[in-house]
Design a protein around this ligand. Structure first.
Ligand SMILES: Nc1ncnc2c1ncn2[C@@H]1O[C@H](COP(=O)(O)OP(=O)(O)OP(=O)(O)O)[C@@H](O)[C@H]1O
Length: 770
C-alpha cells in the first residue's frame, strides 16, 4: 500500500509539482513537433524567385535554430517556481519560455526574461513581491527534489515544516552543484546564478564592462551566461552583427564549448588570439620576451614604417629600355610616384593603380622626349596622338611592369611581416623606437611559423594595405563569369530535360526556372544569397565588426591585441572579464586602467566578483599567502564552502620526484572526478612519461588525468590537483608567483604539492606528509 506524502514535506512538494512539470514537457513536445513540421515545409518549398530563395533560407535558419534550442532545453527544462504576494498563480522559471496557444501569460518563463530576475535576486529584505522561491530538480522528466526558501518571514511561520529558513535552501542547492564532481567540460549554472553574478549578466549592453574577480568567482560562467542573455534580449541586432567570445587558448575554448549550446545558443564565434585571423591558426610557441615586444603599441608604428618602406623607395636610378631607347627613372621620379599614390589612397594596395599610372606617365613622357627630340633644338616633334600611342606601348612593356612591381609591389600582410622579421637590416631601419636587443628578439628565419602575438600585427598590416581593388574586381568578374556559365548550364539542363509534348495541361502550366529567370538573373541571385549564418560569415571575414565582444582571461592580452579587438567592435560594446593577479604573460595587464586607457580612455566601468565558488577555504588559505607574494592589487575571493580536506605537501628529491608524482596521481585518480597534474616546463616531459607509464591513456575516458604546464591550466579546473615543484614554477615563469597562484586555485576538492628540496615559505600552510 502506498502512502500519500504528508502535506508540507519535501515529498509532498515533489508530488505537487510533477503534473505541472509533465504538462510543460508535453508542451515542449508539441512546440518541437510544430517546429519540425515548419522546417520540413520550408525545405520542401521550391522557390521561384530570388526573394523566395531568401525567405526560404531565413525560414530554414529560424526553425533549425529553434529546434536546437528546444532540444537543449530538454535537460532541466524547469528549475524554479516563484509564489508571489499579489498573484495566486505561481510563475515557473526554466531554460526557455513556453506559452499555451493564444495565452498571454507564459506557462514557463525564460530565465533571461525580466520576470525571472527575482528568482536570482529576491532576498527576505528585498523580496521583490516574492513570497516563496522553490528550486525544482528533475531527472529526465521526473521531479526528484524540491527545496523552498520562504522570503516572507510571517508566511514561513504559518507554513510550518515544509520550508527551510530564508537563504538556506538556495545555498544547499548551490552547494550541491559546487560539490558535484567535474566532467572535464564546463556546464551551465542557470539554476544557481547568484545575485552578484546576475547583476553582471543583465548589465546594460552599451559600453565596456570590466569584471575583476579572483579565481573561481564565476567570471567565465558569468561571461557565457551574459552572452546568452544578450542574445535573448537583443536577438535581432546581435543576430545580424554577431557576438564574439575570446578565450586564452584552444584547450580553454574546448572546455567552455558546451555551455552556450546547452543554453540553446549556437550562433556565437569562439576564438583565441591565435585563431582570430580568418584562415590562419597561429599557435606556435614563442619566448615570452618576444611576445612582449610584439604586443607593444609601438609595434603599430613599426609595421606602418615597414609598409612605407615598400612604397617607391629607390636606392639608385633605374634604367628601362624600350625599342632600343633607354630612359632613366630617377629617385626624384620615385618621389613623385610616392606622393601621387599616397594622395590617391591612404592604404597601400588601393594606391597601386595611381602608382602604376604615374610610373607609366613619367616613362612615356621621357620616352616621348627622347623619341621626338628635335635635333635642331626646337619643340618636340611628336603630336598628342603620338604621345597617346607611346603611352599604350609603354604600358604594355614587361620591363615597365617589373618596375611598377618593384616600386609599388602588391603586398599581403604575411609577406610584409615575414620579410620584415627576416631582415635585420629592415628591422634596424623601421623599428627605430626599439633597442638593438629588442630588434634582435624580433629577428627570425622567414620559414618560422606564426604565433598568437603575430596575429594583431598581421591584422594591423592589413589595415594599412587595404584591398587591392583591381585584383578584387578582376576576381569578382571571374567569379561572375563562372557563375554565369554554371547558371547557363543549369538552365540548359532544365530545358534539355523538358518534354516537348506536354502530356497534361498541368504539366504545360508548370513553371520552369528558365521561364522566370535568364542566366544573368540566376547568376545574380546566386551572388546575392549568402547561405552562411552570421557566425560563419563573421568568422571568415577579417573586417567584420561585431555587435558585442566578450573577452575572458582578459588580463593576458597585449596592447596590440586590445587594439585589434577594439577595432572589431566600433560600438565599444564589450564585456571584459579577468583577474590581474593571474596574469602570466609579460605583455599582459597588472592593472585594468593601465591596459584599457590607451584604447578606451575612461570609457569603461568596473564591477567586482567576490565569492569563490570553486576552491574550498582550506586551499584558499594557502593560496592567499601566494597571492600576497604576487604583489597584485587584487584581493582573494572568499570561498563559499569548506570541505574539511587539508591540502598537503610531500617532499621527493631527484629522480624520485617523477615517480612520486605518478604514485600520487594514481591514488588521486581513484577519487571521483577529474585530475590535473600541473608542472613547470622543465619537468613536463619527465612527469608526462612517468604518469603515462602508471596511468595508461584510456581514449574512452572523458575525465582522464591531464598533465599541463602552468599556462595550459589557465581558466580550467579539476576535482583533484597535483602541483609539482612549486619553486620551479615560480622561477621559470615571467610572473612566476602569479603562475603558482593560478595552479593552486584550480582544485574544486583536493590539492597535493610535490616538491624537491625545501618548500617555499609561502606554502608553509600545507600539511606535510611523508
Ligand atoms: N552561481 C554558480 N552556481 C554554480 N556553480 C558556479 C556558480 N558560479 C560559479 N560556479 C562554478 O564555479 C567554478 C568556477 O567558475 P569559473 O571558471 O567561471 O570561474 P573564474 O572566475 O572564471 O575562474 P578563474 O579566474 O580561476 O579561471 C565553475 O565550475 C563554475 O561552474
Amino acid at each position: 500500500m502506498s502512502t500519500a506524502p504528508t502535506a508540507g514535506t519535501p515529498d509532498s512538494g515533489i508530488a505537487a509539482e510533477q503534473p505541472y512539470v509533465t504538462a510543460l514537457f508535453d508542451r515542449l513536445d508539441e512546440v518541437r513537433e510544430r517546429s519540425v513540421g515548419r522546417l520540413a515545409d520550408a525545405l520542401a518549398l521550391v522557390p521561384h524567385n530570388p526573394q523566395a530563395v531568401g525567405e526560404r533560407e531565413a525560414s530554414v535558419e529560424l526553425h533549425s535554430r529553434r529546434i536546437v534550442a528546444l532540444d537543449a532545453a530538454e535537460s532541466g527544462l524547469v528549475f524554479g517556481r516563484l509564489d508571489r504576494h499579489d498573484s495566486g498563480t505561481p510563475r515557473y522559471i526554466g531554460r526557455i519560455g513556453l506559452f499555451a496557444d493564444g495565452a498571454d501569460e507564459p506557462l514557463l518563463v525564460d530565465w533571461r526574461a525580466p520576470a525571472a530576475q527575482p528568482f536570482y535576486t529576491a532576498t527576505p529584505l528585498h523580496d521583490q513581491g516574492v513570497r516563496r522561491r522553490r528550486h525544482i530538480r528533475t531527472r529526465g522528466r521526473t521531479v526528484v527534489s524540491v527545496a523552498d526558501e520562504t522570503l516572507d518571514i510571517s508566511a514561513a511561520a504559518l507554513e510550518g515544516g515544509g520550508s527551510e529558513r530564508g537563504g538556506l535552501a538556495g545555498e544547499s542547492v548551490l552547494l550541491a552543484a559546487l560539490n558535484a564532481s567535474r566532467t572535464g567540460r564546463m556546464t551551465d549554472i542557470v539554476r544557481t546564478i547568484q545575485a552578484e553574478q546576475d547583476r553582471i549578466i543583465r548589465a546594460d549592453v552599451r559600453g565596456v564592462l570590466v569584471v575583476q574577480g579572483g579565481p573561481g568567482t564565476g567570471k567565465t560562467a558569468v561571461a557565457l551566461h551574459r552572452a546568452a542573455y544578450l542574445l535573448y534580449t537583443h536577438r535581432e541586432r546581435l543576430a545580424r552583427s554577431g557576438l564574439l567570445v575570446v578565450g586564452p587558448s584552444p584547450t580553454f575554448l574546448t572546455y567552455i564549448a558546451d555551455v552556450l549550446p546547452s543554453l540553446g545558443e549556437t550562433g556565437v564565434v569562439l576564438a583565441d588570439l591565435g585563431g582570430l585571423r580568418p584562415g590562419l591558426q597561429a599557435h606556435a610557441p614563442e619566448a615570452p620576451e618576444v611576445a612582449e615586444v610584439k604586443g607593444r603599441l609601438a609595434m603599430a608604428d613599426v609595421v606602418a614604417a615597414a609598409v612605407k618602406q615598400r612604397q617607391a623607395v629607390l636606392d639608385r636610378p633605374a634604367e628601362i629600355t624600350i625599342d632600343g631607347i633607354t630612359v632613366r627613372f630617377t629617385k626624384a621620379d620615385a618621389a613623385r610616384v610616392r606622393s601621387r599614390a599616397r594622395s590617391a589612397s591612404r592604404v597601400h594596395n588601393e594606391a597601386r593603380p595611381a602608382a602604376a599610372r604615374t610610373v607609366i606617365e613619367l616613362i612615356a613622357r621621357k620616352y616621348a622626349d627622347k623619341l621626338g627630340e628635335n635635333v635642331l633644338g626646337g619643340a618636340n616633334l611628336l603630336d598628342q596622338g603620338d604621345v597617346a600611342a607611346l603611352r599604350r606601348e609603354v604600358s604594355a612593356e614587361p620591363a615597365v611592369h617589373a618596375l611598377i612591381d618593384r616600386l609599388w609591389p602588391r603586398l599581403t600582410a604575411e609577406r610584409v611581416l615575414r620579410e620584415l622579421f627576416a631582415s635585420r637590416r629592415q628591422l634596424d631601419a623601421v623599428a627605430t623606437g626599439l633597442t638593438e636587443a629588442e630588434r634582435g628578439l624580433l629577428h627570425r628565419p622567414p620559414s618560422s611559423p606564426w604565433t598568437p602575438a603575430d596575429v594583431p600585427l598581421l591584422e594591423e598590416v592589413d589595415e594599412l594595405l587595404g584591398i587591392d581593388e583591381s585584383a578584387q574586381r578582376r576576381a569578382e568578374e571571374r567569379d561572375r563569369q563562372r557563375r554565369l556559365r554554371d547558371a547557363q548550364e543549369t538552365l540548359d539542363m532544365l530545358h534539355g530535360s523538358r518534354s516537348t509534348d506536354a502530356e497534361t495541361e498541368d504539366e504545360a502550366e508548370e513553371l520552369l526556372a528558365g521561364d522566370l529567370l535568364d542566366a544573368e538573373g540566376l547568376a545574380q541571385r546566386q551572388e546575392e544569397t549568402d547561405y552562411r549564418s552570421t557566425a560563419e560569415r563573421a568568422a571568415a571575414d577579417r573586417t567584420w565588426t561585431y555587435g558585442h565582444i566578450i573577452v575572458d582571461e582578459a588580463q593576458e592580452l597585449s596592447a596590440m591585441a586590445w587594439r585589434l579587438l577594439v577595432r572589431r567592435c566600433p560600438t565599444r560594446s564589450m564585456t571584459v572579464v579577468g583577474d590581474v593577479a593571474q596574469t602570466s604573460t609579460l605583455a599582459g595587464a597588472t592593472s585594468w586602467a593601465e591596459v584599457l586607457e590607451p584604447h578606451l580612455g575612461r570609457g569603461w566601468q568596473l564591477e567586482e566578483l567576490t565569492v569563490n565558488y570553486r576552491t574550498p577555504a582550506e586551499i584558499m588559505a594557502v593560496a592567499a599567502e601566494v597571492l600576497a607574494a604576487t604583489g597584485a592589487p587584487a584581493s582573494a575571493a572568499t570561498s563559499v564552502r569548506s570541505t574539511g580536506v587539508q591540502p598537503w605537501a610531500q617532499r621527493a628529491d631527484g629522480d624520485e620526484l617523477a615517480d612520486a608524482v605518478a604514485e600520487a596521481a594514481l591514488e588521486l585518480d581513484k577519487e571521483e572526478g577529474t585530475l590535473g597534474v600541473l608542472v613547470p616546463h622543465s619537468r613536463l616531459d619527465a612527469v608526462r612519461a612517468a604518469v603515462a607509464a602508471r596511468l595508461p591513456a584510456d581514449p574512452g575516458r572523458a575525465d582522464a588525468p591531464v598533465v599541463l604546464p602552468p599556462e595550459g591550466a589557465k581558466g580550467l579546473e579539476f576535482d583533484s590537483v597535483l602541483v609539482v615543484d612549486p619553486a620551479a614554477i615560480v622561477s621559470e615563469g615571467v610572473r612566476g608567483w602569479n603562475d603558482l597562484y593560478v595552479v593552486l586555485t584550480r582544485a574544486t576538492q583536493r590539492l597535493g604539492v610535490l616538491h624537491p628540496g625545501d618548500l617555499p615559505a609561502e606554502l608553509s600552510g600545507l600539511e606535510q606528509r611523508s
